[in-house]
Design a protein around this ligand. Sequence first.
Ligand code: DAT
Ligand code: MG
Length: 148
Amino acid sequence: MERTYIMVKPDGVERGLVGEITKRFENKGFQLLALELKAPSREHLEKHYADLSAKPFFGGLIKYMTSGPVVAMVWQGKGVVKAGRVLLGETNPLASLPGTIRGDFALDVGRNICHGSDSVESAEKEIALWFPQGVISHNRVIEKLIYE
Ligand code: DAT
Ligand code: MG
């Protein structure tokens, strides 16, 4: 079953949006496999965002991401990588529709409150980076009510 890495960024944690963001993934039917409040090092975040290291905003991005704790999560379910991106909205919150997390709660691209993996491949890498100890694999009793 597909898995994705979702992270509430420091502004989302500070603004008390952890429950709101988590609720949307739960409501949709996705299954939580891992959740932890973390204070990642600069080096750890530089690995997470390695693909963006040449971008002019990289320094500001790392500074923002180390400004407070983040909530790291792994969610599982059918099509969860793509569906997670749909729940999040666009990278630029102003281009995100109401009903999406960024569309409902953010304005600036550099304060967009939540991260979601952009492909199955990056999800696997990100889950291994944030949860090297692995996640809890468990069978939900309600599975047959969510899937046909
Ligand atoms: P996403 O987070 O939607 O996957 P991304 O991976 O391209 O977007 O960029 C990672 C983060 O970097 C993004 O959430 C916010 C920041 N960022 C992206 N583009 C930016 C820009 N043009 N100016 C400032 N920050 C930017
Ligand atoms: Mg990205």
